[in-house]
Design a binder for this molecule. Structure first.
Ligand SMILES: Nc1ncnc2c1ncn2[C@@H]1O[C@H](COP(=O)(O)OP(=O)(O)O)[C@@H](O)[C@H]1O
Ligand SMILES: [Mg+2]
Length: 467
């Protein structure tokens, strides 16, 4: 008799064929979705409109992972949501089967193998790396030692022009009150080994651009992680006359997407030296603000983009003096809702709403540049649906997503597979190389060490200029 360990059981899961090894399940219960490399048998199960990931794994690991994911979810960590562990499975011939851990399928998520294809730009790779580094720092701040950091154990979501990363495999993790430097180092050693191997695999499979090299990439991850950690937690010392540096530090953290809940400020007895150190920082500065103003639940960079559009709307409508929440409500009705309402019901599986809105903004920019006029938002949304969205693979449900598009399917090849707002390549178009790209301009000259969003040195310099 199978037993379900679950906080919120989904009754529709109970009648499934638990007496059959997962690898032999009839396909009527399964959906094919992109998936990373795994040790265990993993399948995606569909019940009604819900899709779950099921992993067959020995009992103590299944329960350990279920509990950890549960704790992480409660701490608001970016990870997949656990649903149940099914134990006590026996086959028809009486042999015992391993339990199955069930998690909610993370909608619109992309495993890294779908994101890499030959010709991936430096800039894009750096965005993936930044997303991974931010994820690791967030987990470490919560006291989570992962023990198995790898690209296969991460899922990427589109996040405006960048990505955000979610933890998918917590089997080896440990949750502590706080991590020691040694515990964080432990994760970094594992990260280096695993990810170096994964980049080498991509290289061997011809999926890594020739200009990118596994060791340089791993070094870049290492450096960025250390820089981010220092910015998030490091002590800064300055003289009593430079108190504005407290404000600067908070602003830099906000720009990196973090809020400071507690900042420790110490002064020497004479008051001529001041020491500051962030004690509690929470990720999600922009997404929290957008949530507060509009109720929209988005990824961090999507929130940044939407908030920018909201600010622009406020300026355009001359409402600088009006309460922000009131303007946000108007903006939702005037800009956001009409745009997302343009998505026909059958195309809902292509994009999350906030991501769609972001891509429409890009598309409008792109078309306005091409046509030398201000393309209205509604027109841009319609044109985006008809010329691009309709031809994109179903990201929520497709087996090959990105790769399929980049290799050219019925609709042709996207100008930029990471930013569909530029549309597909027109076969009659002469030279596409010089296409302007708002997100990836100058990508060719990108220096791996300085590219991307986590350029903390640039952030400091900009701040210093402003002060
Ligand atoms: N909830 C989920 N949503 C989306 N994909 C998932 C989910 N759970 C697992 N996967 C996919 O299955 C793969 C293997 O899962 P994982 O837990 O890493 O198994 P293993 O312990 O065998 O490594 C992941 O890389 C991911 O692509
Ligand atoms: Mg794994």
């Amino acid at each position: 008799m199978p037993r379900f360990l679950s906080a919120k059981p989904d009754q529709r899961l109970i009648p499934l064929p638990w007496g059959t090894p997962l690898a032999e399940w009839p396909t009527e219960h399964l959906v094919a979705l992109p998936r990373g490399i795994s040790r265990h048998v993993v399948r995606f199960i569909r019940v009604g409109h819900e899709v779950y990931a099921a992993k067959e794994v020995i009992e103590h690991l299944a329960i350990h992972e279920y509990r950890l994911l549960h704790d992480l979810t409660r701490l608001d960590a970016p990870c997949v949501e656990p649903v149940a562990v099914v134990t006590g499975r026996t086959a028809a011939d009486g042999t015992a089967l391993d339990p199955v851990l069930i998690t909610k399928h993370l909608q619109f998520s992309l495993p890294y193998r779908s994101l890499f294809h030959s010709g991936v730009r430096h800039d894009t790779v750096m965005r993936l790396i930044d997303a991974l580094v931010v994820l690791l720092a967030k987990l470490h701040l919560l006291g989570f030692m992962w023990g198995d950091v790898s690209l296969s154990n991460v899922l990427f979501l589109r996040d405006a022009g960048a990505f955000s990363a979610y933890l998918v495999d917590a089997e080896t993790g440990e949750l502590h009150d706080e991590l020691t430097a040694g515990q964080r180092e432990h994760d970094m050693v594992i990260l280096r080994t695993n990810i170096f191997g994964e980049f080498c695999d991509l290289e061997a499979g011809g999926l890594l651009d020739e200009s990118l090299d596994p060791l340089t990439l791993v070094d870049a991850i290492d450096t960025r992680y250390r820089e981010l950690w220092a910015e998030l937690t490091g002590v800064e010392e300055f003289s009593g006359g430079e108190l504005d540096r407290i404000e600067s530090r908070v602003r830099r953290l906000n720009a990196l997407g973090f809020d400071v809940a507690e900042l420790e400020v110490t002064t020497t007895s004479t008051g001529d030296r001041v020491l500051i150190q962030p004690k509690v920082v929470d990720a999600g500065h922009h997404s929290r603000r957008l949530m507060r103003l509009t109720g929209l639940d988005t990824e961090e960079n999507q929130a940044r983009r939407l908030l920018n559009d909201l600010d622009t709307y406020r300026a355009w409508t001359n409402q600088g003096h009006v309460n922000e929440a009131v303007v946000a409500h108007q903006w939702l009705n005037a800009n956001f809702e009409p745009v997302v309402a343009q998505i026909p019901p059958d195309l809902r599986g292509k994009r999350e709403l906030a991501q769609f809105f972001h891509e429409v903004l890009d598309h409008r920019w792109f078309r306005s540049q091409q046509e030398n006029r201000d393309v209205p938002l509604a027109e841009a949304a319609r044109s985006y649906v008809d010329s691009v969205l309709r031809n994109l693979p179903d990201e929520a449900m497709s087996t090959e997503s990105m790769v399929q598009v980049s290799q050219g399917n019925t609709a042709g090849q996207l100008r930029n597979p990471y930013d569909p707002s530029h549309g597909f390549i027109d076969p009659d178009e002469a030279d596409d190389e010089d296409e302007i790209d708002p997100w990836e301009a100058a990508a060719e000259q990108v220096d791996l060490r300085t590219a991307g969003m986590l350029d903390i040195a640039a952030l400091r310099a900009r701040q210093a200029d402003q002060d």
